[in-house]
Design a protein around this ligand. Structure first.
Ligand SMILES: [Zn+2]
Length: 113
């Protein structure tokens, strides 16, 4: 099982979740996000997410903030699909959830208009 890491630049606020065996691999994956500089990337272990899908629930359980700059926690924003099966499954889950929310919104809008 690959280890779970939270990766982001030292001088910026954003982080993403990647899976890698080593810190170096995790930083390299993070550096692909923003054309970022590998030197600038830091990777922090998130053992609470090891072996788990990246969802709103697991992120919350791992201590991620419920809201960030007014935006509600959304696992979708943390998944970059680092190429592993966990990310693929997490992305599917996040997209399905988003799809359902949009559908509910469409139905709701239809009812009120
Ligand atoms: Zn992954």
């Amino acid at each position: 099982m690959m280890k779970t890491w939270q990766v982001g630049p030292y001088h910026d606020e954003w982080v993403v979740i990647v899976h890698a065996d080593t810190r170096g691999q995790a930083r390299a994956k993070g550096a692909t996000v923003d054309g970022g500089d590998l030197i600038d990337m830091r990777a922090i272990r998130v053992p609470d997410l090891d072996g788990k899908l990246v969802t709103n629930e697991t992120l919350r359980d791992a201590g991620f903030p419920e809201t960030w700059e007014g935006e509600k926690l959304d696992a979708y924003g943390y998944i970059i699909d680092c190429g592993c099966d966990v990310c693929k499954a997490s992305l599917r889950e996040a997209q399905e959830r988003r799809g359902k929310q949009e559908l509910i919104q469409v139905i709701h809008d239809g009812l009120v208009s």
